[in-house]
Design a protein around this ligand. Structure first.
Ligand code: FES
Length: 147
């Protein structure tokens, strides 16, 4: 049994301790806003926050999360009023939308570290892949949220 907090709720997962966090969230907790893209840590579609830091949930076995605090896109802001979510709408960022929850979680973590990140900081922090090519609008939305 592995215990950690997800979106403010303490949860005991009776899963194989090697289960990636991504699948604990999606399959056991029905938090399907966190997406499966590559499963190899490359694309960032599965990005969530663990203790306030952006992580790729497909790469973290739940045994490493005992006592941690996990936040998914569902709880970033229940009414979608987080500044990064508002900026996302204002800049019309998404195209197909599949990678966007992970993108938003990465951007929100960056803004916690740097209220007005430089382009270099954005490029270093947002390594998520968007096959639709929304990255220019992602960068603009992060700038807007930081103003
Ligand atoms: Fe985790 Fe691609 S699904 S990085």
């Amino acid at each position: 049994m592995t215990r950690f907090t997800v979106n403010g709720q303490p949860i005991e997962y009776r899963l194989d301790p090697e289960t990636p966090l991504l699948w604990a969230l999606r399959d056991a907790s029905n938090l399907t806003g966190t997406k499966y893209g590559c499963g190899t840590g490359q694309c960032g579609a599965c990005t969530v926050h663990v203790d306030g830091r952006a992580v790729r949930s497909c790469q973290i076995p739940i045994r490493r999360l005992e006592g941690s605090f996990v936040t998914t896109i569902e709880a970033l802001s229940p009414d979608r009023s987080h500044p990064i979510q508002q900026a996302w709408v204002a800049e019309s960022v998404p195209q197909c939308g599949f990678c966007q929850p992970g993108m938003i979680m990465a951007a929100a973590a960056l803004l916690e570290q740097s209220a007005a990140p430089t382009d270099a900081e954005i490029d270093a922090a947002i390594t998520n892949i968007c096959p639709c090519g929304t990255f220019p609008r992602v960068r603009e939305a992060i700038r807007r949220a930081g103003r």
